[in-house]
Design a binder for this molecule. Sequence first.
Ligand SMILES: Nc1ncnc2c1ncn2[C@@H]1O[C@H](COP(=O)(O)OP(=O)(O)OP(=O)(O)O)[C@@H](O)[C@H]1O
Length: 299
Amino acid sequence: MSLSIQEVSKRFGTKTVVDRLSLSVGRGQMFGLLGANGAGKTTTFRMILGLMKPSEGSIRWSGKTLDYSNCDVVGYLPEERGLYPKLTAEKQIVLLGRLRGMKRRDVLQEMHKWLEYFGIPEYANKKIEELSKGNQQKIQFIAAVIHRPELIILDEPFSGLDPVNVEILKQAVLQLKEKGATILFSSHRMEHVEELCEKLCILDHGRPVVLGELQKIKRQYRKKHVVIEADFDLGFLQGIPGVIRLKQRTSGARIQVEDEAVAKRLFHEVAKKGFVRKFVVEEPTLNDIFIEKVGNKDA
Ligand SMILES: Nc1ncnc2c1ncn2[C@@H]1O[C@H](COP(=O)(O)OP(=O)(O)OP(=O)(O)O)[C@@H](O)[C@H]1O
């Protein structure tokens, strides 16, 4: 079981909003889609779900195109949250579970398990409109995964949640992954993707500018940061070839360098000067990579 996207493009009129995207996500893998507003994330999800046809290319889940006839294998949390405000959480979830072909008894059993997990068992009989935004989101998440889908697509699942609830939802998503679900999610927050995904794609105006395995992407990125703490001023390092920028900190400096060889040079230079309390070469963060590839704007 795997998702395979090959050379997919989507155009609206003359505007290309997804531009030759190819990727694959295997069973039990988690894939993160990053990009600024309007980069093409939701459009990509809609094409995977069969709600929209690609202008070019193909999308297959286990060798088949998804459409309304086989979409029960997918669970989808849309970006625009859409629950019926007047229904109770239970009625809402039962309705969606039944539409997925589940027996009422099975829906209720699964729903109670999830409500317990989220620490809100008493909300089963509350109307959606009576719940906070965060709790509505949990109900919609439960509705999206109630039928234990093989493929789960979560559009901005963490937006609007407080840090405690972000953590609870992250753990829930990880549990589903461990049980073998294939999960794709979009986010504006790079640290979420960094923490949860093996694979990722950064879209910039529909174009995949970074794509692949997180660890490989980081390794291939040659520029590093060096954090130094010393009892003397580190400003002189700015003049060393290969130093891109130096930011002074209260107890030292954080320096971006061209590659590891420059980091070694810095090590020798500071060691000659005096006592060095700290010298660390940091892996680039996804944020560093995003800023270089897409520019200094919000993901
Ligand atoms: N049905 C449509 N008709 C015309 N243009 C569309 C349609 N759907 C999306 N677009 C355009 O496609 C581009 C990509 O939109 P999309 O919603 O996929 O971006 P996104 O990455 O999900 O953004 P956000 O982070 O804001 O949710 C946008 O410029 C949007 O206006």
